[in-house]
Design a binder for this molecule. Sequence first.
Ligand code: NAI
Ligand code: 15L
Length: 268
Amino acid sequence: PRRSRLVITGAAGGIGKMIRGKLDHIADEIVLSDLTDVSCSGNERSQTCDLADLDAVRALLKGGGDVLHFGGQSTEAPFERILNANLIGSYNLYEAARLEGVRRVLFASSNHVIGFHPRETLLDADSPMRPDSLYGVSKVYGEGLAHLYHDKFGIESLLLRIGSCFKEPSDRRQLATWMSPQDMIHAIERFVMVPRLGCPVVYGRSNNSENWWDNSKTDYLGWNPQDTAEVFRGKVEAATEVPSPLDPAVKYQGGAFVTADHPGTKEE
Ligand code: NAI
Ligand code: 15L
């Protein structure tokens, strides 16, 4: 069923840009939110909100509906930044969801919650967390919040551990981790439409030939990604060097995040 209201945080970001203007079949009103105003079309409107400000997040979610929570720090960063955007930001999102009567949240989790698993290990929804960064740990915290608000308050969440959602895969690792924008739109459609969501973990990747993630435990969602990174293999391999198999960034699923500098509490 079509929803009356869909709120999208992080609407000015990379994923926000790729899905804006393509969801009007899903909801009567779509509220696009980010730190600054976002350009709108059709049934979209823009409302600015700093996720670190609970009152602002409550104002954003007033009226309830469903939320696509894409807003926040999307890469490794000093703790202060992760703290405000992702820890306080996700807490505010779930607390405002409870107070304002939100039904469902798509939580943009990340493959970096499991980034220190070797690439030869096929993971599923029950595999242990092995975050590869402070950023990855912040997504572990977000998934924890989602479970708490589901078990205690009945708010349903899709914990979408996104691989690499970009227009095209740009390196050899992304031939396994790529999630096409269209497969993201299908996942959002299922998130909204499925009669009973619960709080499942789903790995966000297309139907790639190279695959490290088994989504069979969430077949009930009916999400069947259609695209494949394989069509870009020739282009990607021609443009990139063959990496050393001994490089930890090649050995582990999280790629460059596993070898990235630990930013600690550095000043921004
Ligand atoms: P992005 O960095 O392009 O967009 C994030 C947006 O959040 C930005 O527009 C930024 O202004 C906004 N934001 C940051 N701090 C905020 C705050 N305090 N209050 C309000 N807005 C704030 O990231 P992208 O690629 O669009 O990803 C969206 C979400 O999906 C992020 O949560 C990211 O962690 C997650 N994700 C993305 C992946 C990808 O491949 N693009 C892979 C895995 C996870
Ligand atoms: C992420 O979590 C990031 O948000 C995105 O920018 C990519 O780095 C992606 O993971 C990835 O692992 O490719």
